[in-house]
Design a protein around this ligand. Structure first.
Ligand code: FES
Length: 129
């Protein structure tokens, strides 16, 4: 995706809100933190949870299914599930932690625009939480 596409009116989101929107070629998550807007992939890279149905805590979106946390500013995985001990080790072995895709964003003419996907962030690796 190289062109900018308007995805939502900027005033449709208040500070601390997020929403799933239709992007040019996939569902996207748009989140507002203060006066900044962030756009990421909408599905969780763990097992496909709908991130828009999770919670936004500061700049971190928490998946509603197993509570992985991702930073919407750079896509970094902050916590890979809330599983612990051997269960987490098995989960990591089966499907290691990974970031979410983030996109270039701009606000213009009252609209939030999405641009190209950004380089993928480094993950935090296995969680210690
Ligand atoms: S599907 Fe999101 S944490 Fe499992």
């Amino acid at each position: 995706m190289s062109d900018w596409v308007a995805i939502i009116a900027a005033d449709e989101l208040a500070d601390g809100q997020m929403r799933a929107v239709d992007g040019p070629d996939r569902k996207l998550l748009v989140a507002r933190v203060g006066d900044e807007y962030y756009v990421t992939q909408e599905h969780c890279p763990h097992l496909g949870g709908n991130l828009a149905k999770g919670t936004l805590e500061g700049t971190e979106v928490v998946c509603p299914l197993h509570h992985s946390r991702f930073d919407v500013t750079d896509g970094r995985c902050v916590r890979w599930t809330d599983w612990k001990g051997a269960v987490l080790e098995v989960a990591e072995a089966v499907r290691h932690s990974r970031p979410i895709i983030t996109y270039d964003v701009k606000v213009e003419d009252g609209e939030v625009w999405v641009g190209a996907a950004r380089p993928v962030a480094e993950t935090s690796g296995p969680t210690d939480q």
